[in-house]
Design a protein around this ligand. Structure first.
Ligand code: AMP
Length: 281
């Protein structure tokens, strides 16, 4: 596996593969890799001739009071894992390589970016959309994989790829979970043992809403109450939001109908965790 640190070298490697008629598959990550990331890597590797993974903890998607400095980083271990997965190129640029001094261009996906995560993390999706646009420009992938775990992010990326007329197939892959149901996340290593135990309530809350729906509850407020009750009981958890939204626009549903996205964001101590499931009535 080649480890590439420079934008120019990365562009050349991908352009050369394309010129040889190879398809390029891409998985952008922030590292501290877990099985969720690897499920994306395996899926892309099965489809593409050249598999590229990026590891870049993107400063512009973290707010000033957020956990950029604390975000877990282990490039040596991650590189080892990716090499064993058969990844061809690891792209791991420094921040000033991705954001050279004086840069003035940002990408903003209007509307979607202000809801849910965007409401709690102003500017977050501007940072995500900007870095993904840059990475797509550098790698020019035929196919790129993202996780349903970050449901809003994936909608925003699909929208920007469509609006900017990018020739990339965006794959969305299911959320990988720990044995007790907690969605895998790089941030899980930041949890204390007590917080980790409490976080178990997140998938239980999602399940409680599903159970209430299956039992015939049709009022969104009451469905959400079934989930919130479990989160409120859990020690060390603080709810940021629990919402039932339509899966395309992310607006709260007025009535239970068709496919709906149940989204949760909580703080476990100072670590923010998100999760979601698609529910069908
Ligand atoms: P991150 O490193 O957290 O930015 O995530 C990189 C990619 O992995 C994103 O597309 C995430 O949605 C995806 N991802 C993160 N956690 C999971 C998970 N538990 N299951 C599946 N995909 C995930």
């Amino acid at each position: 596996m080649d480890v590439v640190r420079r934008v120019r070298a990365m562009k050349e490697a991908c352009a050369a593969a394309r010129a040889e008629g190879k398809t390029v598959g891409f998985v952008p990550t922030m590292g501290a890799l877990h099985d969720g990331h690897l499920s994306l890597v395996r899926r892309v590797r099965a489809q593409a001739d050249l598999t590229v993974v990026s590891i870049f903890v993107n400063p512009t998607q973290f707010g000033s009071s957020e956990d950029f400095a604390r975000y877990p980083r282990d490039l040596v271990h991650d590189a080892d894992v990716l090499a064993r997965e058969g990844v061809d190129i690891l792209f791991a640029p420094e921040a000033d390589e991705m954001y050279p001094p004086g840069e003035a261009t940002f990408v903003e996906v209007a509307g979607l970016s202000d809801k849910l995560e965007g409401r709690s993390r102003p500017g977050h999706f501007r940072g995500v959309a900007t870095v993904v646009t840059k990475l797509f420009e550098i790698v020019a992938p035929h196919v790129a994989a993202f996780g349903q775990k970050d449901a809003q992010q994936v909608l925003i990326i699909k929208t920007l790829a469509r609006d900017l007329m990018m020739d990339v197939e965006v794959l969305v892959l299911p959320t990988k979970r720990e044995e007790d149901g907690l969605a895998m996340s790089s941030r899980n290593v930041l949890l204390t043992p007590d917080e980790r135990r409490a976080a178990r309530a997140i998938p239980r809350a999602l399940e409680a809403v599903r159970t209430a729906l299956e039992a015939g509850e049709r009022e969104p407020g009451k469905l959400l109450a079934a989930g919130k009750a479990i989160l409120v009981e859990a020690p060390l958890l603080r709810i940021d939001y629990v919402e039932l939204v339509d899966p395309d626009k992310l607006d709260p549903v007025a009535k239970v109908q068709g496919a709906m996205l149940l989204v949760v964001a909580v703080f476990a101590g100072s670590t923010r965790l998100i999760d979601n499931v698609v529910l069908r009535s």
